[in-house]
Each structure stands twice: as structure tokens, then as C-alpha cells.
Design a protein around this ligand. Structure first.
Ligand code: HPA
Length: 282
């Protein structure tokens, strides 16, 4: 077994006794969106620092724990705070939590993040369903010896964001009267925000929103067999699209303001995704 697989198994063993049920859906909460987990009925919570070998997040506003609870009857594990590449962790560290949630038994990974809008049709406060991604500006999380127990060496990426889950998100947003934009997410390494020239580059490459997470997590998730969906909360227009300088405080505030609608969209779509899982099991 590779050191990465041994480490993953070690994390799982150190956590297994505290997992109250097998989660169906794994949810990663981005900047400013962590409140979702506080407001739900929790069955258990495990701080990352209590898990042997687990990387611990250092970003202000990120709590750093797994919360287990039911979202409209669907057993879910929620990451309140993620591990970012810009914190100095290796890609193996960054995607370990995703692999761990797969090991817990989750079938679906729902990724959320705060992102800068590149598409000129977007406005701060918009939600963008991620339809595809560009992750080439950070190292691949699949580089190095393949973890054969998780997935194949040469992994198909033709449909990173599951079409059936995209349909669920579209339908749910429509029912809730929430405008849901769609587009391509690009991950840059951060931690600085982009320059106007970098944002122009991203636009030329076909990106609609830019952030500092998510694409590497989605790639690792597809590799280990999770069905993935993702929504970016457009907290600001990316640098150079408007003249205003960017601040983390502004990003956080916009995410806070969007939180109630975001919460509704998450809850209602997760309920439908739970039905999909049940149908799949029949
Ligand atoms: N760029 C990168 N990451 C971000 C941004 C941005 O403009 N806004 C929120 N996260």
C-alpha cells in the first residue's frame, strides 16, 4: 500500500468510531458559507485537529471540522472549512478530506466556494453552477503513484460535474425562483487575488469565474468515483472587470448576504439528490 493510502486509512480509523451513519452526500462549504452547518441539526461533529494525520485549515472564517447531520432526511457529512493549496499544503493534503468522505461512504460530493466573476453578465451575489473547470494552474492531485485502491491511473474527465446533478440544481433553482448562472470555474493558486492581466487571461481561456479551491478537489473526487456538483457564489467581480480593489472582508460580506438563498438552494437540491441515490440503489 502507498504511504498516501496508509495515511488515508489511518485518518479513517481515527475517525470511524465517531461517524454516526454512512453519509450519502458530502458537502464542502466555502468562505462565508460555514453557517449552514451551524444551523442544521447535528448528530456529531469532529474537529480536523482531532483526526490523526489530517491537515488543519488556517484561514480566518474557516472553522475546520466535519459535521454529520441530516439535510431533509438525507444523511450528510459537511466540511465546515476546507484545506487550501495556498496555505502551503501539498496537493495530497488538500484532497485528503474528499477521499476520506468517499471512504465514509458518500456517493455525491457537493462543492461550494466563493469566486470572482469573470463573465461580464454576472453580478456580485449571483450563484454559478459549475459546468466544467480549468485546473491546470495548480499541480494535479493525481500526480505521483496512482492510488489503485481509489481509482484508475488515467482518469476520464469528460464530465467532471455530473449532468444529472446539474439538472437537479437547475430544476431546484427554478422552483425556488433563484437565478442560477452556469459556467466554467478556473482555479488559480492564490493567495493573492489576480491581476487584471491574469483575469483577462482567464477570460481568454474560457473561464466564467475564478477561485482558489474546488478544481483539484473535483478532480480527486472523480478519480475516486464520487459524483460531483458545484456552485460558486460570485462574491465580487474579478480584478479588472471593475475598477475596485478586492478585499477578503468584501468577499466574506457578500457571501454572508447570499447565505439565506444559498442555504435554501443547498437544502432543496440535496433532498432531491437523496432521492436520486435511493432510485440508484433500487
Ligand atoms: N479571485 C479568486 N478567488 C476569489 C475571488 C476572486 O476574485 N473572490 C472570491 N474568491
Amino acid at each position: 500500500m502507498s504511504p498516501a493510502e496508509e495515511r488515508l486509512n489511518g485518518c479513517y480509523e481515527s475517525l470511524a468510531g465517531r461517524i454516526p451513519f454512512q453519509p450519502k452526500v458530502a458537502l464542502v462549504l466555502g468562505s462565508g458559507l460555514g453557517g449552514f452547518a451551524d444551523e442544521m441539526q447535528q448528530e456529531a461533529a469532529v474537529a480536523y485537529g482531532e483526526i490523526k494525520g489530517f491537515p488543519v485549515s488556517t484561514v480566518p472564517g474557516h472553522k475546520g471540522r466535519f459535521v454529520f447531520g441530516s439535510v431533509h432526511g438525507v444523511p450528510a457529512v459537511i466540511m465546515q472549512g476546507r484545506v487550501h493549496y495556498y496555505e502551503g499544503y501539498s496537493m495530497e493534503d488538500v484532497v485528503l478530506p474528499v477521499r476520506l468522505m468517499r471512504k465514509m461512504g458518500a456517493d455525491i460530493l457537493f462543492l461550494t466556494n466563493a469566486a470572482g466573476g469573470i463573465n461580464a453578465g454576472f453580478r456580485p451575489g449571483d450563484f454559478m453552477m459549475i459546468t466544467d473547470q480549468i485546473g491546470d494552474f495548480v499541480p494535479s492531485p493525481l500526480r505521483g503513484p496512482n492510488l489503485d485502491s481509489l481509482g484508475p491511473r488515467f482518469c476520464d474527465m469528460s464530465q467532471v460535474y455530473d449532468r444529472e446533478l446539474q439538472a437537479v440544481l437547475r430544476k431546484t433553482a427554478g422552483e425556488l425562483n433563484i437565478t442560477l448562472r452556469e459556467g466554467v470555474y478556473i482555479q488559480l493558486p492564490g493567495p493573492s487575488y489576480e491581476t487584471p492581466a491574469e483575469v483577462r487571461m482567464c477570460r481568454t481561456l474560457g473561464a466564467d469565474a475564478v477561485g482558489m479551491s474546488t478544481a483539484c478537489e473535483a478532480a480527486a473526487a472523480v478519480h475516486c468515483g464520487l459524483r460531483v456538483c458545484g456552485i460558486s457564489c460570485i462574491t465580487n467581480m474579478a480584478c479588472g472587470i471593475t475598477d475596485r480593489p478586492l478585499s477578503h472582508a468584501e468577499v466574506q460580506q457578500a457571501a454572508d448576504e447570499a447565505a439565506p438563498a444559498f442555504r435554501q438552494l443547498l437544502e432543496c437540491s440535496i433532498r432531491k439528490m437523496g432521492e436520486l441515490c435511493r432510485k440508484g440503489a433500487d
